[in-house]
Design a protein around this ligand. Structure first.
Ligand code: BG6
Ligand code: MG
Length: 211
């Protein structure tokens, strides 16, 4: 019944979410803020500057816009250094196979990511050719939980939002999908604000649920 599937990138198609965690950990230390997996969950799906603001909630410092820009830039430099080690082997075979089965079944496939590094990541994974459209943080003005990135991806595919399924790992991503009028499958064990349409342990479970 779906005509398209829109995938989040970080934490769904690849495990770059652990690199975000590593890179932000250093920032948190610098601003004397606590940082753990619970705080990290809140950073999933939201933009770089919004992520920094969430970390700064726990900091005793009050920083100027210039200092914030520097911290975000330095985090991104550390993150990019980690990303440069990615190879095609970092996209699991099961993920590639899932994409192939969905495509063979006639579904259109897109990426919908808040990241400005999405193009670089897909290049490193040699995965650009697996999608009919990519919409990322460079093409939007409001990041998840706003539905903009998913609505734009649906538009690029030429498929009505109601016929798209979004696959996410983040609470903000689930909210974004539903705000855009889309069904949503969530992978993993994040604490969610409401139940998704499908809950998956692994991406490989998707084809049998929707085909
Ligand atoms: C999302 C991640 O995909 O991209 C967020 O889940 C991240 O954690 C956001 O903050 C922005 O990423 P980038 O690569 O533009 O700093
Ligand atoms: Mg994610």
């Amino acid at each position: 019944r779906y005509q398209a599937v829109i995938f989040d990138l970080d934490g769904v198609l690849c495990t770059t979410d652990r690199f975000h965690f590593e890179a932000w950990k250093q920032t948190a230390k610098e601003v004397q803020a606590p940082f753990d997996e619970t705080i990290n969950q809140r950073l999933r799906g939201v933009s770089r500057m919004e992520s920094l603001e969430i970390i700064l909630e726990g900091s005793p410092l009050s920083l100027s816009p210039d200092e914030k820009r520097r911290l975000a830039e330095e985090k991104n430099d550390r993150y990019r250094a980690l990303l440069s080690q990615l190879t095609p082997a970092d996209m699991e075979d099961g993920v590639r196979e899932t994409l192939r089965s969905l495509r063979i079944a006639g579904l259109k496939l897109a990426v919908g990511s808040s990241s400005k590094n999405a193009g670089f990541i897909l290049h490193q994974l040699q995965a650009e050719g697996l999608f009919d459209a990519v919409c990322d943080g460079n093409q939007i003005t409001r990041s998840k939980p706003d539905p903009e990135v998913f609505l734009r991806a649906a538009e690029l595919l030429g498929i009505p939002a109601g016929l798209c399924l979004v696959v996410e790992d983040a609470p903000a991503g689930l909210e974004a999908a539903k705000a855009g009028g889309m069904d949503c499958a969530v992978i993993g064990d994040a604490a969610l604000p409401f139940a998704p349409d499908y809950h998956l342990g692994k991406l490989e479970e998707l084809p049998s649920l929707i085909l």
